[in-house]
Design a protein around this ligand. Structure first.
Ligand SMILES: NC(=O)c1ccc[n+]([C@@H]2O[C@H](COP(=O)([O-])OP(=O)(O)OC[C@H]3O[C@@H](n4cnc5c(N)ncnc54)[C@H](OP(=O)(O)O)[C@@H]3O)[C@@H](O)[C@H]2O)c1
Length: 251
């Protein structure tokens, strides 16, 4: 698959795993995020066909500039992976509106900006793939992450509606919905639980694994493999879907 993919949140965690997978699939990559260092480190590991672009998905001008830079290197973006996201935790009654708004800005409005900017050239080309890294929090509620759940439910709603709008245009629009993935964020949360509660690592880990019927964390490479398939020509009829990568927790 020799396509041009732009991945937001590419430098770390799931975004880095998707970038590695799509690179090994033969794609040219535009790696986007706010911090230069993780993006450059990843590009150095991958070695060729990578462009590093710093940008903020909440800022329309920044997104437009990122797509211009990307197209200067590899032509128009054929695959968009919306992976940038944040997951603040707090009981609902303690959430400041500015924090709520920021969660919506990154997890929902960022998807809006990137998707809208990407779509024009995909329509002209008659081919495109848009995959949003949503969450099992797009499919069900979780306590103490109401802003995250609301934003991820909304991102899935956007995915479903846009899939119908683009169904005749060679473009597919899908969401991948992972459960807890073994990334730095989850490992740091395990450390925090251990520090705050005095629980052992195994006990803290259980907090994240008990909701998964397979009793484990998901690997970022498992998420990346599903994204790779959704971006392939063989998944041309798969659109408007929420693919749960969750060990059966939403079954
Ligand atoms: N880990 C899990 O268990 C899990 C489960 C389900 C879904 N997800 C979703 O998977 C995605 C990736 O999460 P992750 O676990 O890999 O966490 P992560 O390592 O923190 O990745 C988030 C990425 O988003 C980027 N980002 C944040 N705000 C941004 C902004 N305003 N503009 C551009 N980039 C921004 C960050 O880079 P900069 O800070 O450099 O910008 C970072 O690279 C998120 O959408 C998350 O909701 C994660």
């Amino acid at each position: 698959m020799s396509r041009h993919a732009l991945i937001t949140g590419a430098g770390t965690g799931i975004g880095a795993a998707i970038s590695r997978q799509l690179h090994s699939d033969g794609c040219s990559l535009s790696l986007m995020g706010r911090r230069l260092e993780p993006l450059e480190a990843l590009a150095e590991q991958l070695g060729h066909s990578c462009r590093v672009i710093t940008g903020d998905v909440t800022d329309r001008e920044s997104v437009e500039s990122a797509f211009i830079q990307a197209s200067e290197s590899f032509g128009h973006v054929e695959i968009l992976i919306n992976c940038a996201g944040i997951a603040p935790t707090a009981p609902f009654h303690r959430i400041e509106f500015s924090d709520w708004q920021n969660t919506m800005d990154v997890n929902l409005n960022g998807v809006f900006h990137c998707t809208q900017v990407a779509l024009g050239n995909m329509k002209i080309a008659g081919w495109g793939r848009i995959v949003t890294i949503a969450s099992t929090a797009s499919l069900k509620g979780f306590p103490y992450v109401s802003g995250y759940c609301a934003s991820k439910h909304a991102a899935l709603g956007l995915t479903r509606a846009l899939a119908l709008e683009t169904a005749q245009q060679g473009i597919t629009v899908n969401a991948v919905c992972p459960g807890y993935v073994d990334t730095d964020i989850v490992r740091e949360a395990i450390q925090e639980i251990m520090t705050k509660t005095g629980r052992s690592e195994a006990e803290a880990l259980q907090h994240f694994t008990e909701s998964n019927p397979q009793g484990r964390l998901i690997e970022a490479t498992e998420v990346a493999a599903s994204v790779s398939w959704l971006c392939s020509d063989s998944a041309a009829s798969v659109t408007g879907q929420a693919i749960a990568i969750d060990g059966g927790s939403t079954a």
